[in-house]
Design a protein around this ligand. Structure first.
Ligand code: DAH
Length: 369
């Protein structure tokens, strides 16, 4: 520990080796404590006390304690030199003084240890404490896209009217997307759908569905009758994006097939839906139109309280050829169908000027809703 003692500025002076310290002579004078040793003990004790008090943490405290009361320390050195004191009484008194010094150091170490541990615990408690008055900005949970919101509300309204929800694949057969919907190969209506074909199977046999109507075929083929179904989904057309067109958009299809279904059921369903979805001040109208898969066919519009008519989608009585393609006997069953764009509904509802904004993923846009 010589380096450690050097650090504290102390110098170990052996009882025997101290220059000019004639111990034996002093004792013989009847001095109880060996001359020259007492100040050394006091000095060592004072240095030790100062070091212990200055130690700022438990590790430092142990280091200082070892330095001043451990092997190689001044006090231990003095103790091991006791034998060199000839006078028994003086030796005993010196030994006692050293022991007392050691004991008082031990007591101080114990006392400081408790204080430092308490302080450390206090620090930890303070740094780990929860401030129950602290106000943190609430973590935002985000929300569904306005098209998803419209999609889910549409499902809710139709489910409330007794419909079931069905979904079909986005990659479809030409048969389901066109032929089964009364558009055989080379039918002129096919060109109205700017179709994206997929390299799979026979060229032209597989495509990205251009509408949700092919799900009608799947439902007719797979479900038991009667059918009351809505079929929301993503559809694709080879369109250049502009304010009112996107190559990827969303539709919801409706299909009812039952005995004795008439056009009046179709008109009543559209009207009931309009009031349930938009509000009781809204009303609907049907205009004659043409679709290959319905006969007769209509477009339906919705009018708000302010009197403006907005075109929503197409509808009609399911064409007998379509029922047949779905495996249903058109002599026994009749049905109606409808289909409209979900994106357009979200656009109208939130007064979005440009459809492209809805898909640009700009948070400043998305957070408005
Ligand atoms: N599939 C048509 C389209 O995408 C919309 C449509 C019209 C669906 C009339 C129908 C319907 O079910 O009866 O333009």
């Amino acid at each position: 520990m010589s380096s450690a003692t050097a650090r504290t500025g102390q110098r170990f002076r052996s009882l025997t080796g101290r220059p000019g310290s004639k111990i034996g002579k002093k004792y013989s004078d009847g001095v109880v404590i060996a001359g020259g040793v007492e100040p050394q003990i006091a000095e060592a004790l004072a240095a030790a006390r100062a070091g212990l008090v200055a130690a700022s943490d438990v590790d430092a405290l142990r280091r200082v304690a070892n330095e001043h009361a451990g092997k190689g320390s001044v006090l231990v050195g003095l103790k091991s030199s006791l034998g060199s004191i000839a006078d028994i009484e003086a030796r005993k008194a010196t030994g006692r003084a050293i022991n007392e010094a050691m004991q008082s150091l031990e007591a101080l170490v114990a006392e400081r240890l408790v204080a430092l541990e308490r302080a450390a615990a206090g620090h930890a408690a303070a740094s780990e404490a929860m401030d129950l008055t602290e106000h943190l900005a609430r973590r935002s949970r985000g929300h569904a896209h306005i098209v998803t919101q419209a999609w889910e509300r549409l499902e809710d309204v139709f489910v409330g009217m007794g419909f079931k929800v069905a979904e079909g694949p986005e990659v479809e057969t030409d048969f389901n997307n066109f032929t089964a919907l009364n558009m055989p190969p080379n039918h002129p209506a096919r060109s109205n759908f700017d179709t994206l074909f997929v390299k799979y199977g026979e060229p032209g046999s597989t495509l990205l569905r251009t509408h949700t109507s092919p799900v009608q075929i799947r439902v007719m083929q797979e479900w038991d009758l009667p059918i009351y179904a809505v079929m929301p989904g993503r559809v694709f057309r080879r369109d250049t994006p502009d304010a009112t067109h996107m190559p990827v958009f969303h539709q919801i299809e409706g299909l009812v097939v039952d005995k004795g279904i008439t056009f009046a059921h179709l008109a009543g369903t559209i009207e009931a839906f309009t009031k349930a979805f938009f509000g009781s001040e809204f009303t609907s109208r049907l205009r004659p139109s043409y679709f290959p898969f319905t006969e007769p066919s209509a477009e339906f519009d919705v009018r708000s309280a302010n009197g403006k008519w907005v075109e929503l989608g197409g509808c009609g009585m399911v064409h007998p050829n379509v029922l047949q393609a779905g495996g249903i006997d058109p002599e026994v069953y009749t049905g109606f169908a409808f289909g409209f764009g979900i994106d357009r509904m979200a656009k109208e509802r939130h007064e979005v000027a440009d459809l492209r904004d809805m898909y640009a993923n700009d948070l400043r846009f998305v957070r408005q809703f």
